[in-house]
Design a protein around this ligand. Structure first.
Ligand code: HAM
Length: 435
């Protein structure tokens, strides 16, 4: 028993496969592993969402499994292979959310949000969970920034959603971004196209990869997601959905393209883009950046005009996107300037600690970032730490300064020193810091 306990306690623990920790310490690590990058990219997104008048919403990280089965689709890889599903203590079947749209739509229906002014424009940020094979840019827990606009079938709504995605990416500095756009048609388009596609693929069944053969019977459109070269070659010759679009679907697509042209958004019509969810209708899109390598989608989305009804709500159109924040950070040109601490207080004697604490307290209430020593560092150690912390200013006070009531205020970029009164000195520091 004793042996068992000691071997247990000496075990080391690691973050689960496909997850990562965001911790301080190494500026040369991938950007998504650095704490300061998250605050930065989220503030960019928050500001862009505000400009487009979207409201932030927060949903549970888990939902009833049947919501995803119904919403995302039973035949999708995400539902059939990638969900973290569990039974709770009362026997309920639940799943960690693999994506955000189903939860937002569930909440729209549950709270009768169709009664509010439409379209309802919502955004969210948070972790999504998919049991995928781990590789660069692909995790079992990733963070998405997402938007959903419910209650409008206007093609310019599609344009706004794509422009919003593009603007967030560009504000973050995503390189060489192009939005791939397709139109999957409405129900009538699918009803005429899918049998044609299936008939064509059936003829070549023996040349398809096994996954595509399985999809042929459940959802032939999804064969376009295959990475198999043989299947890809066959698909290049397959009938194109473009030739099957109804008049309405074609007009919708034309208006979307016109809107993208008007805003100068770089895009490419890609008639092989189908995306991995069953809920899409009409417009689908994917923002790609070649700097990401094989996992090149920085974001993706589309229209889902039947989803609200599917989940038990009124017939309501919708469109949205999700964007992987890890990938946004990886595809962005480089780290931005991240603000550090403004003022470091070097208290060189024990008696100086309390006045330093109260000055820092007053400054923090004015919005100035301050740091003090809590590690018992020597005078030399504190000055070194002030330098290392990247502080813009250092206040130095020891016995001498306490006796005279005047401390030193050092400008760390020039090394120049000024003086501040210790009592009420936060006003002087505030003036210096705000330049
Ligand atoms: P999605 O294309 O599956 O769409 O995911 C959106 C984005 O999340 C992807 O383009 C990618 O940047 C990122 N992403 C997805 N899976 C992973 C992963 N395993 N690791 C890292 N990043 C990942 C959706 O989820 C839809 N809900 C988007 C949407 C909203 N459609 C309509 N409204």
């Amino acid at each position: 028993m004793a042996d068992f306990q000691s071997s247990q306690s000496s075990q080391s623990y690691r973050a689960p496969k496909g997850t990562y920790d965001v911790v301080p310490g190494a500026a040369d690590r991938d950007p998504h592993l650095r704490p300061e990058m998250w605050a930065w990219v989220e503030s960019i997104a928050r500001d862009t969402f505000r400009r487009y008048n979207y409201t932030e919403v927060r949903m549970p990280l888990f939902e009833e499994t049947r919501l995803f089965v119904r919403g995302v689709g039973e035949s999708s890889d995400i539902v059939s292979k990638e969900m973290f599903t569990f039974t709770d203590r009362a026997g309920r079947e639940l799943s960690l959310r693999p994506e955000g749209t189903a939860g937002v739509v569930r909440s729209y229906v549950e709270h009768s949000l169709d009664k509010l002014a439409q379209p309802l424009k919502l955004w969210y940020v948070g972790p999504m969970f998919r049991y995928e094979r781990q590789q660069k840019g692909r995790y079992r827990q990733h963070v998405q920034l997402g938007a959903e606009a419910l209650g409008s079938d206007d093609p310019l709504m599609d344009v706004e959603v794509m422009a919003l995605l593009y603007d967030i990416h560009q504000a973050a500095g995503v390189l060489e971004e192009v939005i791939h756009v397709n139109n999957l048609g409405d129900l009538a388009t699918r009803q005429s196209y899918v049998p044609e596609l299936k008939a064509y693929l059936d003829k070549h069944r023996s040349d398809l990869d096994p996954d595509s053969v399985a999809r042929l019977d459940t959802n032939p459109l999804r064969t376009f997601d295959s990475k198999d070269p043989g299947t890809q070659a066959l698909l290049a010759e397959a009938p194109s959905i473009e030739d099957f679009l109804t008049k309405d679907a074609s007009a919708h697509f034309a208006a979307v393209r016109q809107g993208l042209d008007a805003l100068g958004i770089p895009y490419r019509v890609d008639d092989r883009l189908v995306r991995g969810f069953d809920y899409y209708t009409l417009t689908v899109f994917e923002a790609k950046s070649p700097v990401l390598g094989s996992q090149d989608a920085v974001g993706g989305g589309g229209r889902y005009n039947g989803l609200v009804e599917e989940i038990g709500g009124p017939d309501t159109p919708g469109i949205g996107f999700g964007s992987g924040v890890e990938r946004v950070l990886m595809a962005a040109g480089g780290p931005s300037d991240v603000p550090g601490v403004d003022v470091y207080f070097a208290a060189l004697s024990e008696d100086a600690r309390m006045p330093a604490l109260s000055l820092a307290g007053a400054l923090r209430r004015e919005g100035v970032a301050c740091e003090l020593d809590y590690a018992g560092r020597s005078a030399k150690g504190q000055l070194k730490q002030a330098d290392r912390s990247g502080a813009s200013w250092t206040v130095v006070m020891g016995e001498e300064e306490l006796a005279s009531g005047v401390a030193k205020l050092r400008d760390m970029s020039t090394g120049e020193e000024g003086k501040i009164f210790i009592s009420g000195g936060h006003e002087d520091i505030l003036r210096a810091v705000s330049g």
